[in-house]
Structures are given as C-alpha cells and as structure tokens.
Design a protein around this ligand. Structure first.
Ligand code: SF4
Length: 268
C-alpha cells in the first residue's frame, strides 16, 4: 500500500486515531479490530500486526527495533505524502533530521541500560528457564505441556490461557519499558511543549503495567497447576511485583493516561 492509499484509508472515520499506539498488539483478542487502521493495513499487507512479539527468544530487541522502525518509516512516508499533497518541499537529509535520529538512538541506548530494562530482561530469561523451551517449540508442544503437568481436577483451558498470556507478554514488557524510557528522555528535551500534552512515555508505561498485571495474574493461576515448579514460579512473581512497583514509581502518571479507544469506551 502506498502512502496515498494509506492516507485515503486513514480518513475513514470508523478508525480510532492512534489506538494501535497503546495496545498490546494481541489482535486476535482485541475488541477493536474493525476500528484499527493498523489492523486493516496489516490485513491488506497479508501480515498480521500481532506477530512481532510471538517469535523466538531473541526477539526482545528485534521487536523493539522493528516497532520503532515501522513507526518511524510510516511517519516519514506519511509526512512526505502530506507534504506532496500540500505542495511543500521536504529536505529529509537536512542536518536537523540526522541530529534528531541520532538523539533517538542515544535515548534508546540509555533505555537499554536502565535497571527497569535489566529487570524486564531478567524476567524474559526466567520465563525461558521455566518453560525450558523457546516460544517456537512451546507453540508446537503446549498441549502436551499442559497435559503432562496438570494435577487432577485442574482446568486445562484456564491453564492454557495463563500460559498463552505469559508467552504473549514475555518480551513485550521489556520492549514497552524501553520505549517508555526513551520517550521520556526525548520529551525532557522539550519540557514546555510536553507540559500540557499526554505523554507517549506515560501511555507506553501504562501498556507495560497492564502487561505486568496480566502476567502476574497468569503466574498466580499457574502456581497450583504446576506444584513441582512452585519455587521458580514464586521467584518470577516476586520479580514481577518489584518491577511493577518500580515502574509505577518511575512513571507516576502512567495509569492516568487515557489510551485512545480502550479507555474511552462509550465516548465514540
Ligand atoms: S488496537 Fe487492537 S487490532 Fe489494533 S493493533 Fe492493537 S490489538 Fe491489534
């Protein structure tokens, strides 16, 4: 799809502007697929938008890079298309553009080294150890995993659901935390502009907090279902609880952020 077609589609009022910026990308479980421009365009491209976080264990950094690159590319292409329509000449090779990109990269590097990211990456490793298999093998063997470990009387469907939730958010927590941190650093470059604006850092931190809450709930459900892995499960729960509390402290306004669509049910 070229930027002009994209622009045409974007003008359709049924789409909620920016809803995909603060979702968990789990389109399969999303109630807003018919109101999401990114879902519609990804269907047109033949590539579900929710695949970024559902591949191999190395995808924590790859998913972040891909997410940011896609957002950046889409934005540049859109700006070009709008400029063309308005008859404005753009110089995307200008030194200021280069400087902005370099500053983005610097903020991302700082985010990678932040203790919150380190904790989120430690969580990725603990999940990997708990499952004793990568996401790809998990997708193939998950039913066997449930059947082999399930104590009598436990509900396989709810155990499977908990496993799915954990796998879905395993990498996303780190990815979203890094994006929240790098956005916050960039927002600090222009505090006057951001003073009255909803901040991407808060919205993204909110998505990470929601992912943490759902993961904590899922691990809680697994605790009785896998008694032989109780110690490992408790270690994970302790880490997630700390991470959640540290993230809330770092982004005290995150919960107040209003995500387009998701936090405005009934308004549209
Ligand atoms: S808003 Fe829903 S449909 Fe759109 S990308 Fe996010 S999860 Fe998928």
């Amino acid at each position: 799809m070229n930027p002009h077609e994209w622009l045409e589609m974007a003008r359709d009022p049924r789409f909620i502007p920016g809803i995909y910026n603060y979702c968990d990308r789990w389109c399969e479980r999303c109630a807003f697929t018919d109101r999401c421009l990114n879902y519609a365009t990804s269907v047109q491209r033949g590539r579900p938008f929710d695949q970024n976080f559902d591949e191999d264990a190395e995808l924590d950094t790859e998913a972040l890079a891909e997410e940011l690159t896609e957002v950046f590319q889409d934005t540049i292409e859109l700006i070009r298309a709008v400029a063309e329509e308005e008859g404005i000449e753009l110089d995307t090779e200008a030194p200021e553009v280069e400087a902005e990109m370099a500053r983005d990269r610097e903020a991302m590097e700082h985010a990678e080294e932040h203790p919150l990211t380190e904790a989120a990456n430690r969580y990725i490793a603990l999940v990997h150890d708990w499952f004793a298999m990568g996401p790809r093998r998990y997708r193939r063997d998950r039913d066997m995993l449930v059947e082999a470990a399930l104590p009598a009387g436990a509900d396989p469907a709810s155990v499977l659901d908990a496993l799915e939730v954990i796998r879905w958010y395993q990498f996303m927590i780190s990815v979203k935390i890094q994006r929240a941190l790098s956005s916050r650093e960039r927002e600090a470059d222009d505090p006057e502009f951001w003073e009255e604006m909803p901040k991407d850092s808060d919205g993204t931190a909110k998505v990470a907090l929601i992912a943490l809450d759902r993961s904590i709930g899922a691990w809680g459900a697994l605790l009785p279902a896998f008694p032989q892995r109780q110690a490992a499960t408790l270690e994970i729960l302790a880490l997630l609880s700390r991470l959640r509390s540290d993230l809330e402290q770092e982004f005290p306004n995150a919960w107040a952020f209003v995500r387009p669509g998701f936090d405005e049910v009934g308004d549209r």
